[in-house]
Unconditional design. Structure first.
Length: 150
């Protein structure tokens, strides 16, 4: 069982298609702040398979713990981050709250539930203006906005 935060978003929903097609059971945990439940209905139509949906916010540790326990997940794929550079500049506290505090709550819930496998979706924005291309994960970090910093 794979637990996908932000699974109704663009990348999350495409990942759910691949997971379901690979035979995995999937629970999606999403607050629909940047997505819509219709995306998950489409995932089910595309794959012909059902997934489980829990509507919730990653900043709510109790909701995460309950959903993780009920799902029986052994791994988490984390896509529930806010992701707009411009918006992060005008609303930096929202980005720190969701992206940093939310991820901390997720990690706490995973610890409480004994879930130790995590795939974290990041962004090349963490590297700022590249020193060299192509970017590799050993490139120096140099985020230039709250989105990249969070």
């Amino acid at each position: 069982m794979i637990f996908v935060t932000g699974g109704a978003g663009y990348i999350g929903s495409h990942t759910c298609v691949e997971l379901l097609d690979a035979g995995c059971e999937v629970t999606v945990f999403d607050n629909f702040s940047n997505s819509h439940p219709e995306a998950l209905a489409r995932v089910e139509r595309i794959t012909g398979k059902k997934l489980r949906l829990v509507q919730g916010d990653i900043r709510n540790r109790a909701s995460l713990v309950a959903a993780l326990k009920e799902s029986g997940a052994h791994a988490v794929i984390h896509f529930a981050g806010l992701k707009a550079v411009g918006e992060s500049v005008t609303q930096p506290l929202a980005y720190y709250d969701n992206n940093v505090v939310g991820t901390l709550r997720l990690l706490e819930a995973m610890g409480e539930c004994g879930v130790k496998a995590l795939v974290f979706s990041s962004s090349a924005t963490v590297y700022g203006d590249p020193i060299r291309l192509p970017l590799t994960e050993d490139h120096p970090l140099s985020a230039t906005n709250p989105y990249g910093r969070t």
